[in-house]
Ligand binder design. Structure first.
Ligand SMILES: [Zn+2]
Length: 125
C-alpha cells in the first residue's frame, strides 16, 4: 500500500498535466496553434487569456527559454520559460514586455529612476 504522501504528489502531477492540456485545447480553439505538437515538451503553454490579449506581440503560444543580449552591458542572458510564466501570470506584467536588460542592469536602471524621481521631488519650481 502506498503512503498518503505519494498519493498526494501523484494528484498534483495529474493536475499540472490537466492544466497543460486544458491550455493547449483552448489555444487550438482560439486558433493560436493548429495542434498540440506545436508546444514542445519543455515549453509551458501560455495562459490562453494572455495569449488572446497579446497574440500580436508574443507570437509563440508557449513560454520557452529566450536568449537575448542585454542592451546596456551586452551580456548574453537567458530568460527561462518558468520565469516568463511567473512574470506574465503571477506578477501580471504587461504582455507587451520584451527582455532588454540583464538582472544587474535592471537593478541599476531601477535605482537610477528612483533617484531621478527623488531628485525632481526636491527641485523647487
Ligand atoms: Zn546588463
Amino acid at each position: 500500500m502506498k503512503s498518503a504522501g505519494n498519493k498526494q504528489s501523484n494528484q498534483r502531477q495529474r493536475k499540472t498535466l490537466n492544466e497543460r492540456q486544458r491550455r493547449i485545447r483552448r489555444l487550438i480553439e482560439l486558433g493560436l496553434i493548429q495542434d498540440a505538437s506545436e508546444i514542445p515538451e519543455d515549453a509551458i503553454p501560455i495562459d490562453p487569456d494572455i495569449a488572446q490579449r497579446a497574440n500580436r506581440v508574443i507570437p509563440a503560444a508557449c513560454y520557452i527559454d529566450i536568449r537575448f543580449v542585454c542592451t546596456d552591458c551586452g551580456k548574453p542572458e537567458l530568460w527561462s520559460a518558468d520565469s516568463q510564466r511567473q512574470y506574465f501570470e503571477i506578477t501580471k506584467a504587461s504582455p507587451y514586455k520584451k527582455p532588454k536588460r540583464c538582472y544587474e542592469c535592471r537593478q541599476k536602471e531601477l535605482a537610477r529612476k528612483l533617484h531621478a524621481r527623488a531628485e525632481s521631488g526636491h527641485t523647487p519650481l
